[in-house]
Ligand binder design. Structure first.
Ligand code: ADP
Length: 712
């Protein structure tokens, strides 16, 4: 085994020490590849082989292993593709549901902001409520006991006992007199009725009627006096038609003022009454104040400032609509009052199915404000937002559902809306076309599958190509190692022959006569063989380096064939070969380098001799056609298998056929032939049948080849 350190020191007993060198893994692989028995000529090849092994290791670590890992990862991502589609859809659906949620959160946040701001500025949040939120329908204020204090009161069921019969009779009689314009007589009857009444409402009705009678009789001062007492005693009492007596008395006063001073006092009294009515605490379920404001505004419309009238009309409208809404939810107002929290700043009551209202509550230390929103208005707003989302999204459809409604087909996500709507509504996001997700999964899986498969195949192909290149390199190393061994062997045999024959002659061991001549001619033959071999090796080295150049000129191919055959005649005849030349009489000159073509003929001829039968036949023929000249060298020897025919022109190639291996050779003869033929712009082909024979044909063009005379 070769070591880097060269010679080993000799032991005292004269023996060489036993050196056990640690074999690196690359060396062991190397031995497996190129075998253990290598001569000095293989040193270089061994080094190259080491490189190949290193390349193999690097290849495994940098290409094969990553390729396997990548392929594994790619295949494992395939399994997550379906999950990804689900995730994508769910994330999308979740985002949309949250968007809808934000919409409703925004509605309440904006409202709470506006209301808090207004309260901070000391303004009432009970008026101009549409400025606070377009969905707000009613705003209420409760005291700490939970009693509704503004802007309404809840109608109390006050079943009045029927008035005494005496009262009824007096009133009926008096009213009949009023109808007949007998107010004078009616007035004392009303006074009597008033004192006969037991309930304040009946007293007040009688007293008001009396005041009217006196007013009609043209005694405004008496009427006024009566109204003053009425106001003092029964201001907050509500009459049977829903009007409060203080308002009724003010109305009568305004009528009187209008009669006495239609320009100033009259309208002023009406205006004051209107404002009082609009500021008053109305009663849920009663519409007296609203009716009376409509009446006063109708009168004022003729005399008062239009802007003022319009402003009051707007307020009337708002209060009327709040009143209507409050009628609708009167039961809830009661509940809110009694159950409103006192501590939290903002809170809400969960919406109820049967209620059109949604409540937001603002608790302060002085009382509670409760705000009633229309559930329908909020739903409409959400529906509009959802319409926009649906117009934007194609793959999913969002819908607003009542909590109890079944989920639509292909539902991906549902989200209850935030309080106070949480117990009533929820958002659902579903696939627009049920089955879409499944279809998309299939499509993605297919696409990804195709990509992954292609990548894995490409990676596999790359690995295969790389492996093949390495295998090729390894094969090259083996072939070169063989070449080195073959050359040594090839050299040894003629040198030995020359030395033996020379020594025999030198020491007079040969009988004079034929034997001497035979020895001399053997020396010449072996020297020729040696020189052919050396020529081939040197030429091959020059060609490999790119240092070989050919000088092409028009020359006579027949003459070259003759010269070559002649110069090798003795060797041919020694082998007992029959050589048959089939040469035309006349031949166009061929563009060639005479020496190089001579070498082609020698190589083909020596192969024909080598692989032909001993004592066999070798034929050389030249033929001319219209545009080419062919030179064929044929034998009737071993022949070449079809597989080997592909490779015989490769460097160092030698057939593995044992019959071929018996013959000496280096595997470069045909490589050189192929180089030379190429450099001449010619082609070479082989026709061979195993055990029948082989024919190599070189076809020369008649035209001068491009680059004639240029380096090969
Ligand atoms: P070698 O030194 O081995 O002859 P060559 O390059 O001349 O190298 O030939 C390469 C191989 O081609 C030979 O080893 C042999 O297998 C095959 N070969 C070449 N010429 C012939 C022939 N005339 N008959 C049979 N085999 C041949």
């Amino acid at each position: 085994m070769l070591t880097k350190h060269g010679r080993q020191p000799i032991r005292e007993d004269g023996t060489l020490p036993v050196v056990t060198t640690k074999q690196p893994i690359t060396s062991r692989l190397l031995n497996l590849i190129v075998g253990k028995q290598r001569g000095a000529a293989s040193v270089q090849e061994l080094q190259r082989a080491r490189q190949v092994v290193r390349l193999g290791v690097v290849f495994s670590v940098t290409i094969l292993l990553p390729a396997l890992v990548l392929s594994y990862l790619a295949l494992s991502t395939l399994s997550s593709v379906e999950r990804q589609v689900d995730d994508e859809y769910h994330t999308r659906a979740e985002t949309i549901a949250e968007e809808v949620e934000q919409e409703i959160v925004g509605v309440f946040a904006r409202f709470e902001d506006a209301t808090t701001r207004r309260l901070a500025m000391g303004e009432s949040p009970l008026v101009r409520i549409s400025d606070l939120s377009p969905h707000l329908r009613g705003a209420y204020q409760f005291d700490l006991e939970g009693q509704l204090i503004a802007p309404f009161e809840l109608a109390r069921a006050n079943a009045q006992p029927p008035p005494p019969q005496h009262y009824q009779a007096l009133m009926a009689e008096a009213r009949a007199l009023v109808r007949n314009d007998q107010d004078q007589e009616a007035a004392p009857l009303f006074a009597l009725a008033s004192s006969a009444a037991r309930e304040p409402v009946h007293q007040a009705e009688a007293r008001l009627a009396e005041a009217r009678a006196w007013a009609a009789l043209g005694h405004p001062s008496i009427a006024d006096e009566l109204l003053t007492t009425l106001h003092a005693d029964h201001a907050n009492v509500r009459g049977s038609r829903g009007f409060r007596f203080d308002h009724l008395s003010l109305l009568l006063r305004a009528e009187l003022a209008m009669t006495s001073d239609p320009k100033q006092k009259g309208p002023r009294a009406y205006r004051e009454l209107t404002d009082k009515l609009l500021d008053a605490r109305w009663s849920v379920g009663e519409s007296g104040e609203a009716t009376m404001v409509s009446h006063t505004l109708a009168i004022l419309a003729r005399s008062a400032d239009q802007a003022w009238v319009n402003d009051r009309r707007a307020r009337l409208r708002e209060r009327k609509s709040q009143l209507t809404w409050s009628n609708l939810i009167s039961r809830e107002i009661d509940l809110v009052g009694s159950g409103a929290p006192q501590t939290a700043r903002w809170s809400n009551l969960p919406a109820r199915f049967d209620s059109p209202s949604v409540w937001e509550i603002y608790a302060t230390d002085r009382g509670v404000y409760a705000f009633s929103f229309s559930l329908e208005a909020l739903e409409t707003e959400l529906a509009a937002a959802i319409d926009l989302i649906n117009a934007r999204e194609h793959n999913v459809t969002t819908s607003l559902l009542n909590i109890g409604d079944p989920l639509p087909k292909g539902a991906l996500w549902t989200l209850p809306l935030p309080p106070p709507l949480s117990s009533v509504l929820r958002v659902s996001v579903a696939q627009t076309h049920p089955g879409e997700v499944a279809r998309l999964k299939q499509l993605r899986t297919r696409t990804w599958g195709a990509i992954v498969l292609t990548s894995v195949l490409l990676v596999g192909f790359g690995v295969f190509l790389s492996a093949r290149t390495i295998a090729h390199e390894i094969e090259n190393v083996r072939v070169k190692a063989d070449f080195a061994a073959n050359v040594s062997h090839e050299l040894r045999s003629p040198i030995t022959q020359i030395r033996l024959k020379g020594e025999a002659l030198l020491f007079g061991l040969v009988d004079p006569g034929d034997d001497t001549i035979e020895h001399y001619s053997a020396i010449v033959r072996e020297a020729e063989r040696l020189s052919r071999l050396v020529d081939n090796v040197l030429d091959f080295a020059a060609i490999e380096r790119g240092a070989k150049s050919y000088h092409l000129r028009r020359d006579d191919l027949i003459a070259v064939v003759w010269t070559t055959v002649e110069s090798h005649r003795s060797a041919i005849e020694d082998r007992g070969l029959e050589i048959e030349l089939d040469l035309p009489d006349d031949l166009s000159p061929v563009w060639m380098d005479r020496d190089a073509i001579g070498q082609v003929i020698v190589n083909l001829l020596s192969n024909a001799a080598k692989y032909g039968q001993s004592g066999g036949w070798v034929g050389i023929s030249i033929q001319q056609s219209n545009n080419s000249i062919t030179l064929s060298v044929s034998d009737r020897g071993l022949g070449i298998s079809t597989a080997d025919q592909e490779r015989i022109f490769d460097h160092f190639f030698r057939s593995t056929d044992p019959n071929v291996r018996k013959k000496k050779g280096t595997g470069i003869g045909l490589s050189i032939v192929s180089y030379i033929v190429d450099a001449h712009g010619a082609t070479i082909s082989v026709e061979s049948t195993p055990l029948k024979g082989t024919s190599f044909t070189v076809t020369f063009p008649l035209e001068p080849p491009a680059g004639a005379g240029v380096n090969a």
